[in-house]
Design a protein around this ligand. Structure first.
Ligand code: ADP
Length: 473
């Protein structure tokens, strides 16, 4: 019989998405089920947005009373099946009936509650997990609780770090009291005198994975470890890097319902998408002008300080630049004003828009992703799938998936630079332009791009091996 794995996470396509985590939780279970015969269920908080869009398809299973200090909170469990995968949702209006997903002052408390509710839910759902696989800090305490007070049987646990920067930090004394965490267990949950959800997952998990081999190495160093590098080094023998994949059926320019002109390899058809987008965004309509695009959360991680430093200079070239992003005020403000200065060439679309994102992936010639750090990065993989050439900094998963084009050997599927330095980015932007203008070299590069596929196949296999190993231990 196949093993049963319960995924616990804070976002998942198609229900709710703020970034790459949602893509992973929305596609890895299918890959595990289809290629590895592993039975996966997924547990998520029931945010207002999910309730608004999916309530007709949800079945109520049970309502469980939880004590949070002197308050009583119900965790109501709902269920649905989507594309063959069972989903369980934890509903609590006080914590989750809010606009959006993150960014509330009590986020730590919200996910602490979620993790406690997961433990209770495990006792009543019709899915007897062998392995609990929790993702990122929001689910880190589920690993700790499963270890400290096993809900049914002792579960094997896997904790995946998608981004070690976000750790979920709470005041220790207040929350230990509120959620009944006894003194003897606090050591495994605390870091620097605070309750740290990321550290709790790392400390308690049987195995720890992160989303690329290079990032697994990087986080053992202080620069990338965000203060947790010493505990990663302590657990190094149990940490492995497994590269994320993407769902090649979903991200397929030949079937994508958001595109007016579908294509596989045809540059002519890809250029039709560019023309449509140019028209839609008010740019000069000319399919020959090279288009550079970014689709990103607007946060420091994504290398935006580098873009800030050189964008105006780069826009002196005969290029167009399209940004789709939302996030920190500093960067939204920068792109808003940069567009005003460069109306002919730059469009800054400040928002989150799945359909527009797909149209931009399809229209761009180059995808710019100069990250300060990048655990894996899915955007460059999606870009490759839409035959858009990535320009990246050599860090984390970007280093593992993009090989710099060598104009002499004609190898490589993108452009990259090593140091976090704006002029190295500018140099690569200008270099990419010179390759675009050299038909022979450009075609050689596109040939390599056309052969770059990052499906889940290999990585699903690596996760399956890990589950087998744990199960037999
Ligand atoms: P991260 O998870 O750090 O945000 P990834 O590259 O792993 O970065 O994944 C980002 C995902 O979110 C991709 O699917 C990307 O297309 C999508 N995305 C990011 N910003 C936006 C936006 N403003 N609108 C639509 N999709 C976006």
């Amino acid at each position: 019989m196949g093993k049963k794995v319960l995924f616990v996470a804070s976002e998942c396509t198609p229900f709710v998405k703020t970034g790459g985590l949602a893509d992973v939780i929305g596609s890895l279970p299918q890959a595990l089920q289809q290629t590895e015969n592993i039975d996966v269920s997924v547990m998520l908080p029931l945010y207002q947005e999910i309730w608004d869009n999916w309530q007709n398809q949800l079945t109520k299973i049970n309502s469980l009373p939880l004590n949070v200090g002197w308050r009583k909170h119900d965790a109501t469990i709902y269920h649905t099946t989507h594309q063959g995968i069972p989903f369980y949702f934890i509903k609590n209006d006080y914590y989750f009936s809010r606009h959006g997903v993150y960014g509330y002052e009590d986020d730590g408390e919200r996910y602490l509650f979620f993790c406690q509710a997961v433990m209770e839910a495990l006792k009543v759902i019709d899915f007897e997990a062998d392995i609990l696989h929790a993702h990122d800090w929001q689910a880190g305490l589920a690993i700790a609780f499963a270890n400290i007070t096993p809900p049914t049987k002792q579960l094997k646990t896997v904790f995946t770090i998608h981004n070690i920067k976000y750790q979920g930090i709470l005041l220790k004394d207040a929350y230990a009291d509120l959620f009944n965490i006894s003194d003897e267990h606090i050591g495994g949950l605390e870091w620097d005198g605070l309750l740290n959800c990321m550290k709790s997952g790392i400390f308690h998990a049987d195995k720890i994975t992160t989303v690329s081999p290079t990032y697994a190495e990087e986080i053992t160093f202080p620069f990338y470890g965000e203060g947790l590098d010493s505990i990663i080094r302590e657990r190094k023998n149990d940490v492995i890097g497994i590269l994320n994949g993407i769902d090649l059926n979903d991200y397929n320019p030949n079937t994508d319902p958001h595109l007016n002109t579908k294509y596989s390899y045809s540059r002519i058809k890809k250029k039709e998408n560019k023309e449509i987008l140019q028209k839609k965004l008010g740019l000069k309509v000319d399919p020959e002008i090279p288009m550079y695009v970014m689709i990103t959360r607007l946060v420091e991680q994504k290398g935006l300080h580098l873009v800030q430093a050189i964008l105006d200079e780069f826009l002196n070239e005969n290029v167009q630049f399209v940004l789709l992003g939302t996030g920190d005020y500093e960067f939204e403000n920068f792109f808003y004003h940069a567009e005003k200065r460069n109306k002919e060439k730059l469009v800054s679309y400040l928002g989150f828009d799945e359909a527009l994102a797909r149209q931009i992936y399809a229209s761009g010639d180059f995808f710019v992703m100069p990250s300060l750090f990048e655990p894996c990065g899915l955007s460059q993989l999606i870009a490759l799938q839409y035959k858009t050439v990535p320009i990246v900094r050599e860090t984390g998963g970007l280093k593992d998936t993009v090989t710099p084009f060598n104009e002499y050997s004609l190898e490589g599927n993108g452009f990259s630079f090593k140091n976090y330095n704006a002029h190295e980015l500018l140099e690569q932007l200008k270099y990419s332009l010179s390759i675009y203008q050299n038909e022979e070299k450009w075609q050689a590069l596109l040939k390599n791009v056309n052969k770059s596929y990052y499906s889940w196949d290999d990585s699903a296999h690596a996760y399956a091996d890990l589950y087998h190993e744990l199960h037999q231990a």
